[in-house]
Design a protein around this ligand. Structure first.
Ligand SMILES: CC(C)(COP(=O)(O)OP(=O)(O)OC[C@H]1O[C@@H](n2cnc3c(N)ncnc32)[C@H](O)[C@@H]1OP(=O)(O)O)[C@@H](O)C(=O)NCCC(=O)NCCS
Length: 166
């Protein structure tokens, strides 16, 4: 990243992004963000499976154009099934965090869920992931349970969170 881009990224004001559907050609950028964000990153095959499951899967990317061409700065993968929203993956490029990118992705998925008359939302988060837990709490998700040793590398419990009504 150039010094100018780094300085921009360090500007902690809200970054206006466009949230729209993930496409196959977005995957190289999505995979970079994924690997920078998780100890056990999803593989390309896992994202392709989401894109091939269009009946239930809603995969979004956050795009930004800061004058040097469009760039993907975050993504969200969810399922909308049986009247339920399940958020399965969410990450923002480390250089663009704390600028409301995840918030805008959550806003976008909630709008899609409302359009499909969804009434409840679920997700799992690592017990130690304070940033994500704070984000989800700010969005009205509440802890409702714990799955023991749900994650590996490091092994850790998952906190199950629910937002109801959505
Ligand atoms: C969690 C994550 C998606 C947040 O993305 P983001 O774009 O930085 O989040 P936002 O700027 O929209 O933050 C919205 C709110 O979330 C909370 N939040 C976000 N980052 C936080 C942090 N580091 N510490 C505490 N609260 C945080 C705050 O309540 C924040 O509101 P505020 O800015 O008014 O204080 C991002 O840190 C990330 O990609 N982390 C690695 C991957 C990950 O953990 N994904 C979630 C898996 S369940």
């Amino acid at each position: 990243m150039s010094q100018r881009r780094f300085a921009q990224a360090m500007n902690k004001t809200r970054l206006a992004v466009i949230c729209d559907s993930m496409r196959k050609e977005d995957l190289p950028n999505v995979l970079v963000i994924e690997s920078l964000s998780f100890a056990e990153p999803w593989t390309e095959e896992m994202f392709l499976h989401e894109l091939d499951s269009a009946r239930i899967a809603e995969s979004l990317v956050a795009r930004v154009d800061e004058g040097v061409g469009e760039q993907i700065v975050g993504f969200l993968c969810a399922w909308i099934v049986s009247g339920e929203l399940h958020i399965n993956n969410l990450a923002v490029h480390p250089g663009y965090r704390s600028r409301a990118v995840a918030s805008q992705l959550l806003d976008a998925i909630l709008i899609r869920a409302y359009a499909k008359s969804v009434t409840v939302g679920f997700l799992e988060v690592r017990a130690s992931n304070e940033a994500a837990a704070a984000l989800y709490k700010a969005y009205g998700f509440e802890p409702i349970g714990r799955r023991r040793n749900y994650y590996e590398h490091p092994r850790e419990d998952a906190i199950v969170m629910r937002r109801q009504p959505l």
